[in-house]
Ligand binder design. Sequence first.
Ligand code: DQA
Length: 169
Amino acid sequence: MNPILAAALQEQRSIIRANMTTAKNILVINGPNLNLLGSREPDQYGTETLKGIEARLAGLAKQAGVRFAAYQSNSEADLVDRIQQAGRDKVDFIIINPAAYTHTSVAMRDALAAVGIPFVEVHLSNVFARETFRHQSYFTDLAVGIISGLGAKGYELALEFALQYSKRG
Ligand code: DQA
């Protein structure tokens, strides 16, 4: 191979390798029943599926050159385990919709406090315009911020924020 081309390829490979280890690492976590998005109470949560939302976020993250993963579970224990894993994986930022666990889960709150990863809390619906039990969140006071009521767009806005977020402000 032409030595100039070989050197250019070598350099490109090492840039990609460096980016894979130093690029910002963003994780999206969704809690119970959000696997049913698309068919679940569409008036409340819209008609887009979770797979569709995750694919769009993955595309935006790729364009921005950051590492990205998405996780959903209906199990509180699995969600706690995934948050702990994020701590070991050195995830930089979490976007989380804890769904019904928003209003009940001290365990997930404690996991987020333990790993100390900055996060934005997202809700598709405006939880403050709904039943009073949804006004209480175990997450909001630990969160960098909350987006509620903007539907699936809320995840995109949270990702946009995560991309420019730095702990130094
Ligand atoms: C939700 C709001 C929660 O109150 C509810 O239990 C959910 C979804 C939302 O995205 O609007 O499952 O987090």
